[in-house]
Design a protein around this ligand. Structure first.
Ligand code: PEP
Ligand code: MN
Length: 339
């Protein structure tokens, strides 16, 4: 932390702040300029008094952190990228991209099998599908719950694709962990700190989706909750944020990809389906995400989007997904990535 004193701070104020920093258990580096005194407080903040509170002391102008507040998620702690093993030979974070595809929600055996069949033939590496759905309306389809997990596991086996599905609350972590390879924490739960602590105790990879009003640093603090719980398998997913622009469901923050890649060693995915809300925008944004350096994509695919129980307008038909995969193959080659 840097503690900058005000221009004209008295000697008494300067000495008082220096004494406080030391009394909090930090070493002090003092720099006396012609106009002001600047202190560097040296030492790990964990378990100690927070230095930011010094801003309330007379004579202090500003307290500036020099290290990120997230330790385990930060590139300062681990400079090389994390590569995670999801299971069934699928990894994320290395040279190989991870393409996750599937319906918004598991609706029936026929539906999830049809999607599993088509997306595996198109080259997807992992199957998605919600069994417990976070819906804005309590009257909307809430998911098949455990029956949906059973169907997902059947498709997993049939098409040899690991599966990811959402955990909405602490009580369903155990049952979902019995069926899924990866636990998704959705945008609406990204600051549900109790849930993050609990998934941090599991041994499953956790896919965290950025909240619709979550800053990148807040998103990384959410990752820190999982990591500090002892689970080092965290994947981040940009899925659009809420802005004033109504043309798309969300505003897909493609710039979050290079920013995240700079700040963290964790793998970064992009979801252009929730990011745009319209099937016709999924293809260009999928390409943009790979070009921006994303480690993979999460794309909604439905055999009959017009009949989907949720998110039909943003779901690709299987043949459209096949075509998008051809484009992804070309863009990934240009980016030096593999599929
Ligand atoms: C989803 O992936 O189905 C979902 C609900 O996404 P989000 O949490 O990003 O809205
Ligand atoms: Mn959806």
């Amino acid at each position: 932390m840097i503690i900058s004193m005000k221009k004209g701070a008295t000697k008494e104020q300067v000495d008082n702040v220096k004494d406080l920093i030391q009394s909090f258990g930090y070493r002090v580096h003092e720099s006396i300029g012609s106009e002001r005194v600047v202190f560097g407080a040296i030492g790990d903040e964990r378990g100690k008094h927070r230095l930011t509170s010094l801003e309330a002391q007379p004579g202090v102008e500003k307290v500036i952190p020099i290290l990120s507040p997230y330790k385990l998620a930060s590139r300062e702690t681990q400079p090389y990228p994390t590569v995670l093993d999801i299971g069934l030979g699928v990894t994320v974070g290395g040279k190989r991209l991870l393409i996750i595809a599937g319906p918004c929600a598991v609706e029936s055996r026929e539906q999830i099998m049809a999607v599993g069949d088509s997306v595996s033939k198109s080259g997807a590496h992992m199957l998605r599908g919600g069994a417990f759905k976070p819906r804005t309306s309590p009257y909307a389809f809430q998911g098949l719950m455990q029956d949906g997990l059973v169907l997902l596991a059947e498709a997993r086996k049939m098409y040899n694709l690991p599966v990811v599905t959402e955990v909405m609350d602490i009580s369903s972590i155990e049952i979902i962990s019995q069926y899924a390879d990866c636990l998704q924490v959705g945008a609406r739960n990204i600051q549900n700190f109790q849930l993050l602590k609990e998934v941090g105790k599991t041994k499953k990879p956790v896919l965290l989706k950025r909240g619709m009003a979550t800053t990148i640093d807040e998103f990384l603090m959410s990752a820190e909750y999982v990591l500090s719980g002892g689970n080092s398998q965290v994947i981040l997913c940009e899925r659009g944020i809420r802005t004033f622009e109504p043309s798309t469901r969300n505003t897909l923050d493609i710039s979050a990809v290079p920013v995240l890649k700079e700040k963290t060693h964790l793998p970064v995915l992009v979801d252009p389906s929730h990011g745009t809300g319209h099937a016709r925008y999924v293809e260009p944004m999928a390409y943009a995400a790979i070009a921006a350096g994303a480690d993979g994509l999460m794309i909604e695919v439905h055999p009959k989007p017009e009949e989907a129980f949720s998110d039909g307008p943003q779901s690709l038909r299987p043949d459209d997904f096949f075509r998008v995969m051809q484009g992804i193959t070309r863009i990934s080659a240009a980016m030096g990535r593999e599929l």
